[in-house]
Design a protein around this ligand. Structure first.
Ligand code: HEC
Length: 154
């Protein structure tokens, strides 16, 4: 057991094999999964802030989420740039909806953004990480745990 754990720890220390941090940040970079876990929480908070018409909080969470995605792209050059730039459109649509205080446009743009999360996961062989619009306020209520194709998408 101790051997297995130290072998795993070795992997963690050098980063996941297919996503290496950029050499300039290697020493300090958070693991990609950590950045993504933050993005998951920001996505969930953004949703409930918008649904609750707390536009100030929504704008704040949108900024945090945008920064997380930008950080992933800068730190992890293995992620294709185009996968990140396609997120721009839904992010801007959400910013518009917040500006206009438009709940319907907000919900529609959030769905567009969520499709973008999944498009990138799928293109990087992570389709098993399926994001949905949050179903409740539990921290992971925006993740679909059923295998692909069996999920009840909301
Ligand atoms: C540009 C590509 C890209 C985009 C856009 C993207 N992700 Fe990810 N995400 C990844 C990759 C790659 C991984 C797997 C990381 C690994 O294998 O170490 C991942 C992993 C995750 C995980 C798993 C974390 C864990 O360890 O449990 C979650 C949750 C996640 N992403 C949420 C999101 C959400 C929410 C969005 C949209 C707001 C999003 N991602 C957008 C590339 C992306």
């Amino acid at each position: 057991m101790a051997f297995a754990i130290s072998a795993l720890a070795g992997t963690a220390a050098t980063g996941q094999s297919d996503f290496q941090p950029s050499p300039s940040v290697r020493q300090y970079a958070p693991r990609l999964a950590e950045i993504m876990s933050a993005a998951q929480l920001q996505h969930l908070k953004l949703w409930f802030a918008g649904k609750s018409k707390n536009w100030e909080l929504a704008a704040y969470e949108l900024r945090q989420l945008t920064d997380s995605l930008a950080q992933a792209a800068v730190f992890y050059p293995g992620i294709p740039v185009s996968n990140v730039t396609t997120m721009e459109k839904p992010l801007l649509a959400i910013a518009d909806a917040i500006e206009m205080r438009d709940v319907r446009k907000f919900a529609a743009s959030m769905r567009g953004l969520t499709d973008g999360c999944n498009a990138c996961h799928t293109s990087l062989e992570r389709s098993f990480i399926a994001i949905g619009v949050p179903t409740d306020q539990q921290p992971t209520a925006n993740q679909i745990f059923a295998p692909m194709g069996k999920a009840q998408k909301k």
